[in-house]
Design a protein around this ligand. Structure first.
Ligand code: NAP
Length: 295
């Protein structure tokens, strides 16, 4: 008998959150899900649409504890899918969750296993990602985090990743293109998480980081897969020196600098999972999609 029956998704209007809502909808187990969305600054159309579909939608003020406690009352598991600009809101969310009797908090990580120890540029993000976990431990609320590798469907359209132009049979590859990266689609992430929450005991979930990977592929392998999937002329591969990324990471501004340092880690194989510590085995029937499926 599963321990968790009632779920809430915070930040559900975002890309990851929406995949969770669809996974709950598709699940044969008839999950009970509540959506938390911001009262101000949120996506009103999203709230309206999901209400129309019969979903329980709470428009909340993250600064108002009573509001959050009311919305989370009776919830067993709070899944946070808030985006980085809202990471700080997870601390009050965690405190309210404990007051409301929530049994498990799922932190918004959903990324590669890289930490500031591997990549100093991640220090500020790491701090924001870890603060809710510290808050959860302080109030005695069990937490769990899923480190998923990169989402191919999010990364590939970004020009910096070099694969956005594949349909014009052109790819930009930094370095030699042979280093592999861990990839998992968001739909597979949501399916995996729902499985864990249903089948793994709370003691085995508590304060744990699950490392999951749908596929392990290098840039060169992805180009070959594309050529095989869409036969035609060869894809023109333009190889760029890693020094270009290093320069952007060091001298670029804001998002460009951050993405460049992340990209540098990915194309040199630093962002991939240790294959020996993967938790895919916790869901033997998972069979996640490969990168080829989203090309
Ligand atoms: N592995 C990867 O390749 C990858 C790629 C992208 C993201 N991620 C991770 O996935 C998680 C979610 O990312 P995402 O791209 O889905 O996020 P997103 O779309 O930018 O935002 C998700 C939701 O967060 C809520 N939110 C709360 N406070 C906010 C604020 N101050 N500003 C903006 N949004 C706020 C919003 O929901 P409401 O308006 O409904 O409240 C928003 O729709 C993050 O942990 C991120 O690091 C991983």
């Amino acid at each position: 008998m599963p321990c968790y029956k009632r779920f809430a998704v915070a930040g559900a209007s975002g890309t990851v959150g929406t995949h969770f809502l669809h996974a709950f909808e598709r699940s044969p187990h008839g999950y009970d899900v509540t959506i938390l969305t911001r009262k101000t600054g949120g996506n009103e159309l999203f709230a309206h649409e999901w209400k129309k579909r019969g979903a329980k939608v709470h428009e909340v003020d993250y600064e108002n504890e009573a509001d959050l406690v009311r919305a989370l009352n009776g919830i067993d598991v709070l899944i946070s899918t808030v985006g980085a600009p809202g990471f700080h809101l997870q601390v009050p969310l965690v405190k309210a969750a404990k007051k409301a009797g929530v049994k498990l908090y799922v932190n918004s990580h959903w990324g590669s296993p890289l930490t500031a120890a591997d990549l100093p540029e991640l220090a500020a993000l790491d701090e924001l990602r870890n603060a809710p976990l510290r808050a959860a431990e302080e109030v005695g609320l069990p937490w769990v985090e899923f480190r998923t590798g990169s989402f191919p469907e999010c990364c590939f359209p970004i020009p910096l990743f070099g694969l956005a132009d594949l349909k014009h049979r052109r790819a930009t590859i930094y370095g030699d293109g042979n280093a592999q990266n861990s990839w998992t689609t968001q739909a597979d992430v949501a399916r995996y998480v729902l499985h864990i929450l249903r089948h793994i005991s709370p003691q085995d979930i508590k304060n744990r980081r699950f490392n999951i990977q749908g596929d392990l592929k290098s840039w060169n392998e992805i180009v070959k897969l594309y050529e095989k999937k869409y036969p035609g002329s060869a894809v023109e591969e333009v190889y760029r020196p890693l020094a270009e990324l290093e320069d952007k990471a060091e001298n670029g501004q804001g998002v460009e600098a951050f993405h460049s340092s992340l990209m540098l880690a990915m194309v040199t194989g630093k962002a991939k999972h240790n294959q020996e510590t993967l938790d895919n085995k916790e869901f033997p029937e998972w069979h996640p999609m490969g990168v080829v499926d989203v090309l």
